[in-house]
Design a protein around this ligand. Sequence first.
Ligand code: ADP
Ligand code: MG
Length: 391
Amino acid sequence: MTTPAGEAFALFTELTSTEPTGLWSAPGRVNLIGEHTDYNDGFVLPFAIEHRTHVALGRRDDARIRVVSTFDPVPVEVEIADLAAIFPDDREAVPEWARYPLGVAWALLNATGATPPVGVDLAFASDVPVGAGLSSSAAIEGATATALNETWGLGLDRTALARIGRTAENLAVGAPTGIMDQMASMLGRADAATFLDCRSLETRSVDLGFAKAGLELLVIDTGVKHSHATGGYGERRASCELGAGIMGVTALRDLSVADLDRARELMDDVTFRRVRHVVTENQRVLDTIDVLAAEGPLAIGDLLVASHASMRDDFEISVPELDTAVEASLAAGAIGARMTGGGFGGAAIAVVRRTSKKTVTDAVTAAFDDAGFAAPHIFTVTPSEGARRDG
Ligand code: ADP
Ligand code: MG
């Protein structure tokens, strides 16, 4: 069986007729809980998954950087000195996918002021599904950042590399995303999640204990395409800003559940419900961490279910396919389930006992069929280690 690491190696040797000097990889991620809290300066609890993007890297004799991917076998090659002319304003000069790795190279050199000692060839292969809400973008950014940081001797730590990935995504790709995905991909640990305070950027590794408790995580990809470009995401952000303004705080992070009675009196019903989602979701992230420590992972189900209800009823970002995935999972014995990611489509997660994985999978598949929805893609994810050198 070919692995993505093997594919990256093979793609590299095909491109250069030499062997790479090193292999690195970085994972995608799933958010366990904490949705639409990031841009409200709040809390998130994602974990890195075993699906990874691999890169094979070799040094060159000149000062050029060349990237190639199994996604698009046409290599893209530029002078390293030209990166500063391409990004951010002339990014159309390179194909969209290449803006991720070349953008990371640009952001690294911009942040450090370094002149790279060598040119490089990079070949990518991945088993992170694209657009399923698992952040294949953070995976390719993390793999590139880790490989170049080491090869060019830049000495940045993991948190700094996460910021580099975000800079690349925001400025070189042009996607206005937060830093959660990159932090999760850089800082992941086996059977642990990464708590992130999106205001202070403080992070903490949180043991999940799923393996010991015999639990597994299912991702139920509904196949319903979501897009940040459609109005919903921007509208939700605007409601949150409005709510924070009415309450006289910098961000909704500054409110607690006790402030909600006053909020209800001061704002219209829709804005209030948007605010209530964010405020209660922040509390649920903190509660999840407490419950994990005090009672273990079997006890977090109610928090996941409450998170889903809040997104469905208050934030109104669920779709019938996601609701069906959650309801059918729970009815078939899942410990907890919720939609994950930005909403309006994408995937749900379900925490299940290893022994009931098949029952839940079959029940969700049958429920989709009954409802006339296209068959979902259901697979297991395992909380795993972050970016690393593999060879
Ligand atoms: P996701 O939710 O998967 O992160 P994004 O739209 O943020 O979706 O990022 C996906 C994009 O990242 C792809 O369309 C492609 O441009 C780029 N990308 C991700 N992985 C790879 C890869 N292995 N090779 C080339 N490009 C990739
Ligand atoms: Mg992404």
